[in-house]
Structures are given as structure tokens and as C-alpha cells.
Write a protein that binds this ligand. Sequence first.
Ligand SMILES: Cc1ncc(COP(=O)(O)O)c(C=O)c1O
Length: 371
Amino acid sequence: MGVLFSAPQYEFQLIRQEWEQRFNELCAHGVFVGGAPVKEFEKHFASFLDVKGVAGVGNGTDALFLALKALEIGKGDEVITATNTFIATVEAIHHTGATPVLVDCERDSYLIDLDQVKANVTSRTKAIIPVHLYGQMVDIDEFVQWAADKGIFIVEDCAQAAGAHLNGKYAGSIGSIGCFSFYPDKNLGAIGDGGAISSNHPELLSGFRKLRNHGGELKYIHEFPGFNSRLDPLQALVLDLKLKYLNEWSERRRENAGIYSENLSNVEGVIVPKHRGDESHVFHLYVIRVEEDRRDALKKHLQKKGILTAIQYPTAVHQTPAFQHLGYGRGAFPVSEEYAQQILSLPMSIALSKADIEYVCDEIRSYMGTN
Ligand SMILES: Cc1ncc(COP(=O)(O)O)c(C=O)c1O
């Protein structure tokens, strides 16, 4: 019995027929960049998130980078984010010329420690990027007001949290800008690269739309030097079809997480993720911690049994060669550094059956010696 880590191919099969029909229409029409599919998806996703607008881009990294550019962030500015994130969050800051200021995560939730964020604000802080990591939202409702009073923008990194909502608000509808990745294994995944931003601020949306399209919303009207990063219409078709299922699929992921937690919470040496138990978690990933240096051996054991797992992420950003120049040494962020040695992402997708999850749990239990 084999268990895949994620299953974008399974999701695609569910929409394939409809997608092919719309793909054929697109081919007959011949508009292969932009066009109606992108506009339709942007409109539907904005209405899903209950925001004024959504603008598609080539990928989630560009969404973050261009969001910061739309906020006119650059050299001399500081942007605060978590060190336990995918490197793209910090790359986006770096490429604007601003200085990334990193902070640790909270124990157990893995989410950015907002007290540390507050402690690191300086007169140069222009923005804060809370990362809704693993599918769980950082509770930023009050924090957004706190930051606004100081003139600091909040850019939500929603790459892993499409469909998560807290206090009646979706991830991506709370800060100044929300940034999404549609990488295929994301909760709302394309069949290639894709990304978008969401915002309630028309001037930011308009600035962003110019940035993604050579500095102008209209062809050959270039107001400033921009970039070329557009959401592909073939991807927009997939995303538009999948969006209808997003809430249902999030529920499936939460059910899967519940089965994992039920089966693993009493296994010695394994720590299951703590969360609010509500819809603010869409379980992009189900991440356990394995104590006593046994994580890598457990991973190998599971692989031998046909169970694919992953580590998100094996190195906190401040310890990667790419960002060692920031000068945070070993021990700067003890929680993230400790967790990087312990975390293990178990298979998570809507393709998993209860039997699949129980098989994974049985193998973990037997390896950890409590069977
Ligand atoms: C937290 C986070 N931010 C940003 C990104 C970047 O998205 P993309 O791969 O679409 O560029 C990812 C993608 O994995 C991510 O997980």
C-alpha cells in the first residue's frame, strides 16, 4: 500500500471534463494571455474572499514581491516576517532592496510570534508579513489596527491558507494586501505556476495591475518601468473550476487532520499540531514533531513502507546560505531552529481515505515503539 504526500492529479481528474471543454473554447478563441478566463477567476475569487479585487500573477513569489513594490517599499525600509517560512517570503523582501527583519515562531502553533514582531518595530519598519503557515491563520484582527496606527502595512502571506477564515474573514481579506500561490499542491492549486493578490484598496490593486504588466494597465501605455508576471488563462480556468469546491475540500482536509490527531495524540515521542479547532485552519500541511532525534529515521521508515512525507522546512531562513548575510547566528531563533530538526509533514490531500491515514498512523506507532 502506498500513500502519496499530496495529490494534485486526483483533484484535476475531478474537474478535467469541464476544464477540457473550456480549454477547447479558449483554443478556438485564441486569446492565450489574459482574457476572459483570468478576469472571471479574479472576479469570482474576489467575491469568495469578500474583497474589492483580486489580481492574478505568475506565481506566489511575484505576488509578494509586487505587493511590496505596490506599497513603494524599497531600500532603507525594513519588513518583518517569520524565519520559519518558505524562503520566497524573505526573497520577496530582499528583491525590493528593503531589509528583511526576522522573528521566531510561537511554540506549538508554528505561527509568527506577534510579540516579537512588536518588539522589532523601528522607525524604518514599513510592512509586516504574517505567514498563515501550514494552512492556519495568524490571528491578526487587532494587530492590523495596532500596525495601522503606526503607519505600517500588513501583507498577508496566504500561500498556504486559501480558504481559511477566522472571525468571519478569509485569509487575504484582513491586511492591506493578501498574497496567494497556486502552486499545484496548494489547497487551491493550478496545473502549473500561478499566484494572485487580494485587496480592499483600489489604488493598491491598480498599482499592482500596472506593476505586473510593464507599468500600465493598458497596452503600450507605460507609466513606469514594470514587470511581466501574469496569471496564465489555462491556469485561471483550472482555478475557477476548483474554487467551487474549495470550502468542501478544506472540510475534507480538516477531517483528515482529525483522524491523524485522534490516532497519534497518545504516541510517545510524537507531538500533534495544536490549533483552534475551527475553520481558521485548512491543513495545507499536517505537521507533527518527532522528539529525540528520531525524525529522519522515522521518515526513512515510512518511505520504506510506501508513505511519502516531507519537511517544511529543514532549515529556518536565517540559517540558509542565501540569508546568512543578515547576521542572525545559530541560536537567534531557538523555537524555529529546534522545530526544524523535529518537524515532519505527513501525507495530506483530499485523495486520502480513512484507511490510508490509519495505515500511516499504525506505521508511526509501530516505529515509535508503542504498538
Ligand atoms: C509561505 C509561502 N510563501 C510564498 C510561496 C511562494 O509561492 P510560489 O511557489 O507560487 O512562488 C510559497 C510556496 O510554496 C509558500 O509556501
